[in-house]
Design a protein around this ligand. Sequence first.
Ligand code: SD4
Length: 330
Amino acid sequence: MQRRKFLKNSGLTAAGMVSAPLLGSCKNDAKSDVDGKIIVPNKPIVVCTWDFKNASAKAWEVLNTGGSALDAVEQGVRIEEADVNNETVGKGGRPDRDGNVTLDACIMDKDSNCGAVVYLQNIAHPISVARKVMEETPHIILAGKGAEQFAYAQGFEKEDLLTESTKAQYQEWLKTSKYETPINIENHDTIGMLAIDEKGDLAGACTTSGMAYKMAGRVGDSPIIGAGLFIDNEVGGATATGVGEEVVRTVGSFLIVELMRQGKSPQEACEEGVKRIMKKNEGRKDFQIGFLAINKRGQTGAYCVHPGFSYRRYDQRGHENITSDSFLKT
Ligand code: SD4
C-alpha cells in the first residue's frame, strides 16, 4: 500500500506518527527515540529488494503475529519462488544457456548460522532447502546433485521449473545465443529480504535463478554468504541484486554491514558499497547493482548503479515501495 493511502486508511498523519500517543501504543513499545519520521528502534520490520509486495506482505504477516525474523524471510521469499510470473526466481526462472533452470539461495539467522544451495535443479523452493542445510547438516553450502539429493531426502518434491513462457523465450534466445546482461532486466528481479522481529533479532534470505542464459555451472553472489547476503545481529544486515560477479569481487553485503559497524547509516554504507564497485570498474556503465541494508535500529537504506532499483519496506507505518538513488543519474 502506498504510504499516503495507508495514512488515509489508518487515520494517521505524518505528524501523528511520531506523537506520544502512537509511540505509547506501539506493539513493540518503542521509546521516544525518534529519528526524523522513523520510530526507532523500528521493529518489527521487513525490507526486500525490488517491488515484491506480496512477498513482503507475507513476511509482515509472520512478524506481526509474533513470528521470528527467520520464519518471516523464509516465508516471504517463498512467495516469489512459487510465482511463475517472476522469471528470475524459483519456478519459472529463466534457464542457463543449456536450457536448465538452476537455482541459488542462502539464509542467515541471528546467531550467524547460515545455509546455502547453489546450482540446484528441479526443486521449487531453494530457500527452504538452504534452511534445511543450515539446520540439519554440519555444512553451510550444498551444490548441484548433492543439494538435490539432500532436498529429496528432506521430503522436497521434484518439479519441472521451466514454464511454457521461459521455454519459448529460451527457444527465441537460441536463435542468436547472444550472452549479455541487460541493465535492469525488468522491474522485478532477485529477491533479497531482511527482517527484524519483535524481539529485535535479525535474519535474511536471498534467492534467484541467476543471470538468464548463464554458462552451465555459473553461480552468482546470491547464495554466497557475505556477497549476496550478510547478517550480523549486533549491527544489521545487507543484501544485493544485479550482476553477481561484481558483488562477489567486493564481498558487497559483508562490506556494507562492516561499514555500518563503523558508524555509517544503512544509506551511507550502501552508497560506499556501490562506489567501491564503480572504482574498480572505471568507465564501465553496462551493469546494474542494487544494495539494500538495515541496521539494528530498523533504519534502512539502498543505493544502486543505474536508476531503476527500488525496495519494499513494511513496518508499523505500512507498506511502501521506495525508489533508490543511483550512482549514475541516467
Ligand atoms: C546473480 N545477483 O546471479 C544475481 C542475479 C540478480 O538481479 O540479482 N539479478 O548474479
